[in-house]
Design a protein around this ligand. Structure first.
Ligand SMILES: [Mn+2]
Length: 414
């Protein structure tokens, strides 16, 4: 069995720095205490392109260097919009006690007994290198634009899935060979598994998702370490050669409001016929959502605040209010009630007064025609409207008023 720490979706960026660095720092401390033999970072180390002088860049380099002083590190290319191609190249130069292997193309990496990485020259080794302690097959983010250039835009997403599925099957023979030599096998990838849950609890079931659990299991690696989805989740399968496990650790920290579940990294134990993990929690921030369907009422807010401990938490307050009532929201009073929170985010949604245009209405000759078109557009009943129009245009105001008052008497409303 080999003990490996998997960290994913660190999202170091200007705004995320405090959360990312507190959580990743604590995770590294814990991984070192637990004596991991290697570390895998499965994509999205950064949240966006970072300038070299950005504090987030320096903190990320320092943390990865700290990790590399403890054990060999493997970094996989994540989503291009978060981690622009080329971002990871610099990590090869960190110069820790152990090397950082950057997997920015399809390929395998063999971890040796002395903590070195041997990279395959093609997508797969011809044979398991002598002295291998663990064999890792790396599937970084696929550039769909390149696939689209070859097969056309409409077929690109599906083609990516099909080709990845073939590729993963292609790793099965060497993984079998490794297993027969007593070498644990691991897959590392960044992408969406069909049917997985997003961090907001929404099932991801589109046609452009890279993987199915079946395709991942078909690689016959004992463990499959995934990045991209920020919610921790896993799948396992008992098969003839033992137990396989696929898992997302989820993001290292809580970067958005409304994210469910615990945040952390995975401590893996991978053998030749089994794989296990535990989620090691990180000190991610606490977020609280308070939602009002209408105007935020202060008594309701006071009750919500008393119910939940808002001290040090990140609080988001949402409400929906009609356009004409927008000035009645007392932000100062709200902020006073939310004192003690680490951050307060007030998000008022204003429902605008909606007017539907009735095209061509101004060109109609009679007022009755205009009313007809208006009633049609607004789906109002036309007969009572025409009746009113008739009265308004032919009767004296006193007669109309009398008529209205009589109707109110009949209805007993007056
Ligand atoms: Mn991500």
């Amino acid at each position: 069995m080999i003990r490996i720490a998997q960290f994913s979706d660190l999202h170091y960026g200007t705004k995320t720095l405090a959360e990312a660095d507190r959580c990743f720092g604590a995770a590294i401390d814990r991984a070192i205490t637990l004596g991991v033999r290697a570390a895998v970072l499965s994509g999205d180390a950064t949240d966006h392109a970072l300038d070299l002088h950005a504090p987030a860049a320096e903190r990320l380099f320092a943390q990865v260097r700290r990790l590399a002083d403890h054990c060999p590190v493997l970094m996989l290319q994540g989503t291009f919009s978060h981690e622009p191609p080329g971002t990871l190249a610099i990590f090869r130069l960190l110069g820790g006690r152990y090397p950082v292997h950057v997997a920015d193309r399809l390929g395998q990496a063999a971890l040796t007994a002395t903590g070195q990485w041997i990279a395959s020259s093609g997508w797969c080794f011809d044979a398991v290198p002598a002295g291998t302690q663990a064999l890792l097959s790396c599937v970084p983010t696929v550039n769909k634009a390149i696939v689209a250039a070859t097969v056309g835009v409409t077929d690109a997403a599906q083609t990516v899935g099909e080709q990845l599925s073939l590729l993963l099957q292609g790793y099965a023979p060497i993984n079998r060979a490794a297993r027969s030599q007593g070498v644990p096998t691991i897959g590392v990838a960044h992408g969406t598994v069909f049917g997985c849950l997003s961090e907001h609890g929404v099932p991801m079931a589109g046609f452009d998702h890279e993987f199915t659990t079946g395709a991942l299991f078909a690689a016959e690696a004992q463990a499959f370490m995934l990045g991209h989805i920020h919610r921790h989740q896993s799948w396992s399968l008992e098969y003839t050669a033992g137990r396989q496990c696929i898992a997302y650790p989820g993001a290292i920290g809580r970067f958005h409001y409304g994210e469910e579940g615990e945040k952390g990294f995975l401590l893996w134990e991978v053998g030749t016929d089994q794989a296990h993990f535990t989620l090691e929690p990180t000190p991610s921030r606490r977020t609280i959502d308070i939602v009002f369907e209408g105007k935020p009422d202060l008594d309701g807010l006071r009750a919500a605040v008393e119910l939940q401990d808002i001290a040090g938490a990140f609080v988001r307050l949402r409400w929906t209010v009609a356009d004409e009532d927008r000035h009645e929201v007392d932000r100062t009073a709200i902020m006073r009630l939310l004192e003690g929170a680490a951050e307060t985010k007030l998000e008022g949604r204003i429902v605008p007064v909606v007017r539907t245009r009735a095209a061509g209405i101004s060109q109609l000759a009679t007022l009755a025609d205009k009313v007809r078109v208006w009633a049609h557009v607004t789906e109002a009943r036309i007969e009572p409207l025409l009746g009113c129009l008739q009265r308004v245009s032919c009767q004296e105001p006193e007669t109309i008023a009398e008529h209205v008052l009589r109707e109110l008497d009949v209805l007993d409303i007056r």
